[in-house]
Design a binder for this molecule. Structure first.
Ligand code: TPP
Ligand code: MG
Length: 284
């Protein structure tokens, strides 16, 4: 956990909201600089990734391999600009390096490679694979009697993958109360709405049927995010947890919000300027 223990709940929320703005700025700047990358799904995940990295998770950036650290895997690995931003801002590597996203020889590839960068607990990009690795890590924690938590972030298109459900059965079988899946429910995937491609509702009932404790939160209301993730973190139900985060793809930039085309498109000069202005000016 970051050193926020002396702050009131409201002060923690305000602090996180400010950090989330910088996280969003970084995403826009990185994808602009690279002229490629996944912006929409990075922005939808910005608030809860911020809450985890800057308040809730027990991590030590100076000791990235610390055995007792909480684990985090962005299974929807294409949205790695938001993961890289969190890691850089927490001091795992220089913030300057964010500019190298997707460049040849960069440690910040278009899909995260765990051996390239400190702080990445698994590689991800082939949808569903990060989730399976996360559950494997949580099983290890259980056997080794470790108290760390394992967090995995899934996209709502990613959960179409069969491996997600096989993995969920295993998480339930092993009663992984140390494991928390967050589904970034932004209702869009690569080339359509999630309902057009493969309807998954009722999602809460599905995860319950697969043996999970299910919580829901507004993924852009920082107070709700902090409260719900704290509850998930302190889960003692004897079951793994799934948090359904209701979010907006492209959140924070008006012309990107809910827009399929911004799944994996880079802004031009003018769009980048407007996006940064909006993020800076946002009162939230
Ligand atoms: C196994 C696999 N199939 C297909 C893809 C191509 N792909 C990349 S992103 C994406 C859509 C993901 O949508 P979602 O999980 O909803 O992510 P988000 O909306 O948060 O960006 C797809 C199909 C992939 N990366 N891996
Ligand atoms: Mg989606």
């Amino acid at each position: 956990m970051d050193n926020t223990s002396s702050l009131s709940f409201d002060a923690r929320v305000e602090r996180l909201k400010k950090i989330a703005k910088t996280m969003r700025r970084n995403v826009v700047d990185m994808v602009f600089e690279a002229q490629s990358g996944h912006i929409g799904g990075s922005l939808s995940a910005a608030d809860f990734v911020t809450a985890l990295y800057f308040d809730l998770m027990r991590i030590d950036p100076k000791n990235p391999k610390w055995e007792d650290r909480d684990r985090f895997i962005l299974s929807k690995g294409h949205a790695c600009p938001i993961w890289y931003s969190a890691l850089a801002m927490r001091g795992y590597f220089p913030v300057e390096e964010l500019k190298t996203l997707r460049k040849n020889d960069s440690r910040l590839q278009g899909h995260p490679i765990a051996t390239y960068l400190p702080g990445l607990d698994a590689s991800a990009g082939s949808l569903g694979i990060g989730y399976a690795q996360a559950v494997g890590i949580a099983i290890e924690a259980m056997y080794m009697k470790k108290s760390y938590k394992t967090w995995a972030v899934l996209g709502d298109g990613e959960i179409n993958e069969g491996i997600v459900w096989e993995t969920s059965l295993a998480a339930s079988k092993y009663k992984l109360e140390n494991f928390i899946a967050i589904v970034d429910k932004n209702n869009l995937q690569l080339d359509g709405t999630t309902d057009q491609i493969l309807p998954m509702e009722p999602l809460d009932d599905k995860f319950r049927a697969f043996g999970f404790e299910v919580y829901k939160m507004d993924g852009h209301d920082m107070a709700d995010v902090l409260t719900t993730l704290t509850k998930a973190m302190n889960n003692k139900s004897g079951k793994p947890v799934c948090v359904i985060a209701y979010t907006i793809k492209g959140k924070g930039v008006s012309f990107m919000e809910h827009q399929l085309e911004w799944h994996g498109k880079a802004p031009n000069d003018e769009q980048c300027g407007k996006a940064c202005e909006e993020i800076e000016g946002d009162e939230a």
